[in-house]
Design a binder for this molecule. Structure first.
Ligand SMILES: *Cc1c(COP(=O)(O)O)cnc(C)c1O
Length: 366
């Protein structure tokens, strides 16, 4: 099998592009972009690259968005070898399309892949795949306030084999889904349920990998949270330290301006969190990455030492936490303005309203 990377520039794949003949008309697209919500509308195309033990990464394609045909014995359907990423493409006022720190997503994708015994995708291929999708679907990047094209790269085991070992065939895909403002009615604090019956991850487990199984494990505790009238669930580790929400990291703001966030190998290391903390550090805030016990959280709120708590991740950027509820208590959380101020600074950079002095943006349409 020839490596398509060999008949083009080094580090670049020669994509075969098949245009979608049933692509949405401009009018249909505009209609779908008016109020896209989250995760139900998809662009006209997708990226698809194969990996096999013999051929490495091969058959890079851009093709019409549509169903993937899988053998019922495909390993992912039985043993969950799957990893993914979540990122956004932003349309700037000048029409240009940018994404945010994509090399961070590419590296994390490969860390996740290693943990799941999956092949790594060279960073250049990951980035090129984003460019290839935008090259055909640029019109799907909405330009409204707080709108984005959510990009979902993912990889799964597609070898048909029921034996338990790393698969020998994988597919890498990128799909795009236009997304509206996460908070349609303005940013409102969320209520959090403390999961005491369930864990999301364990030491030595897959907590630091962005893999579907972690989300599968979080659904029942999330349903429990909903039964208790809460929006989101927060998890503790086996030592009673705070980990994170189902899909967002958590940050505590102390009275002296220090930002404290849990550090643990069981947590997904969020790019949003790292970026917000960098912005805060540049404003002169102290940053502490260390274990935070539930006791420290509750005591800090009670004593006034903690003045604000927020969650953060690509989807909502920053979400203030309004209450923490567990079986025996509800703690009202103090409301501050730092999280939202950092949110504004970060989104201003992402949407090109503020200069990107850190080299965080990458243009995708040029
Ligand atoms: C993706 C994710 C986050 C947030 O990461 P970002 O890079 O900021 O989007 C946090 N926790 C979990 C479990 C996640 O999967």
């Amino acid at each position: 099998m020839t490596d398509p990377a060999s008949n083009t520039e080094p580090g670049r794949l020669a994509f075969q592009v098949t245009k979608n003949l049933a692509a949405a008309s401009p009018a249909e697209r505009e209609e779908k972009l008016t109020d896209p919500g989250f995760g139900t509308v998809f662009t006209d195309h997708m990226v698809d690259i194969c990996w096999s033990e013999k051929g490495g990464w091969h058959r890079p394609r851009v093709q019409p968005y549509g169903p993937i045909s899988l053998d019922p014995a495909s390993a992912v359907l039985h043993y969950a070898q799957e990893v993914f990423e979540g990122m956004k493409a932003y349309r700037h006022a000048d029409g240009g399309i940018y994404t945010f720190r994509p090399e961070q997503n590419a590296r994390r994708f490969n860390r996740s892949a290693r943990r799941l015994s999956m092949p790594e995708l060279p960073e250049e291929y990951f980035l090129q795949a984003l460019h290839e999708l935008i090259a055909v679907d640029a019109d799907w990047v909405p330009g409204g306030a707080e709108q984005t094209l959510y990009l979902r790269p993912f990889m799964f085991a597609k070898e048909a084999f029921l034996g338990v070992r790393p698969a020998k065939k994988y597919g890498f895909y990128v799909i795009g889904s236009p997304a509206g403002s996460y908070f349609s009615g303005g940013v409102t604090p969320v209520s959090i349920w403390l999961s005491e019956n369930y864990a999301r991850a364990a030491e030595g487990g897959t907590g630091a990998a962005k893999t579907g199984g972690n989300y599968a494990a979080s659904l029942l505790p999330q349903a429990e949270a909903a039964e208790q009238g809460c929006d989101q669930v927060v998890f503790l580790d086996q030592h009673g330290n705070v980990e994170e929400l189902g899909g967002m990291n958590i940050v505590f703001v102390k009275k002296d301006g220090t930002l404290v966030t849990p550090a643990s190998e069981t947590i997904l290391d969020g790019i949003t969190r790292n970026s917000l903390l960098e912005l805060a550090a540049d404003r002169g805030h102290g940053i502490e990455r260390r274990p935070v016990s539930l006791q420290e959280w509750r005591d800090g709120v009670a004593s006034g030492d903690i003045v604000e708590v927020f969650a953060c991740g690509t989807a909502a950027v920053v979400t203030p936490i309004g209450t923490l509820t567990a079986a025996g208590f509800t703690d009202e959380q103090p409301q501050g303005s730092l999280g939202l101020s950092l949110r504004e600074e970060l989104t201003d950079i992402q949407y090109g309203r503020r200069e990107d002095t850190r080299g965080w943006l990458r243009r995708l349409d040029a």
